[in-house]
Design a protein around this ligand. Structure first.
Ligand code: AP5
Ligand code: MG
Length: 221
């Protein structure tokens, strides 16, 4: 099963991807996490990507496609995977579909999480992330058991460098200008399911589980 979680920054892609990993046993492929790991490790790719990410822009299609193409052929992806934050341009989507086709695969579900602008800003200003295992939290909506400490691995939580208000606003604008058009693209492919990304995390999980198990609910018009 190949799932794409689609939506603006802060819509809950990472949060819901973790649920899919646990519930459906397929790995998460987050281009944002992969790029942040490259920046942290100081690889040549990370050095190229850092300034673009800090400003909230999109890293080049060439760099991102290289990362994804290498990752999806790993053994743990044989039964499927959940893409989080990819594709983000028409060129990325076209390339993904072409290289999946080479191995007889295709995208099964695109779940689009819709959240309004002010909610996104509130969410991202309170987000905290584990720098060791990547698990995400929120200081009000999704608290760790012990303040500022990851429930899963005990590491002290951090705030992402691109979660300042100015960068968040730029990321939303970049999404509107360069990524949101993909919704029409996926709708025409017949794989798009739109649900509200607002409301309780557990309610959204239940809707996603229903879509992935029965192709059921959501605006699939
Ligand atoms: P990326 O890491 O993908 O960031 P993003 O798309 O901006 O999305 P976020 O990770 O900020 O949000 P999310 O939707 O995962 O929300 P989350 O679940 O954390 O990309 C970062 C950068 O890398 C890009 O700007 C770009 O530079 C580069 N990049 C990455 N992919 C690329 C690509 N394909 N092409 C080019 N460049 C690329 O939730 C947010 C917060 O809200 C959390 O605190 C969470 O606990 C909370 N929350 C979640 N759900 C709810 C809810 N229902 N109610 C209340 N709070 C909630
Ligand atoms: Mg994320």
């Amino acid at each position: 099963m190949i799932v794409v979680l689609f939506g603006p920054p802060g819509s809950g892609k990472g949060t819901q991807a973790q649920f899919i990993v646990e519930h459906f046993g397929i790995p998460q492929i987050s281009t944002g996490d992969m790029l942040r790991a490259a920046v942290k490790a100081g690889t040549p790719l990370g050095v190229i990507a850092k300034s673009t990410m800090d400003a909230g822009g999109l890293v080049s299609d060439e760099v991102v496609l290289g990362l994804v193409a290498e990752r999806v052929v790993a053994d743990d992806c044989a039964k499927g995977f959940v893409l989080d934050g990819f594709p983000r341009t028409i060129h990325q989507a076209d390339s993904l579909i072409s290289f999946l086709k080479e191995s007889g695969k295709s995208i099964n579900f695109v779940v689009s999480l819709d959240v309004d602008r002010q909610d996104i800003i509130n969410r991202l200003s309170g987000r905290r992330t584990c720098p060791a295992c990547g698990k995400g939290y929120h200081i009000f909506f999704n608290k760790p058991v012990c303040e500022s400490v990851c429930d899963a691995c005990g590491t002290t939580l951090i705030q992402r460098a691109d979660d300042t208000e100015e960068t968040v606003i730029n990321r939303i604008d970049v999404y509107d200008e360069q990524t949101s058009a993909l919704k029409k693209y996926f709708k025409e492919l017949g794989v798009l399911f739109c649900i509200s990304g607002s409301g309780q995390i557990s309610d959204i999980q239940a809707q996603i589980a229903s879509i992935l198990t029965s192709g059921g609910i959501g605006d699939h018009s």
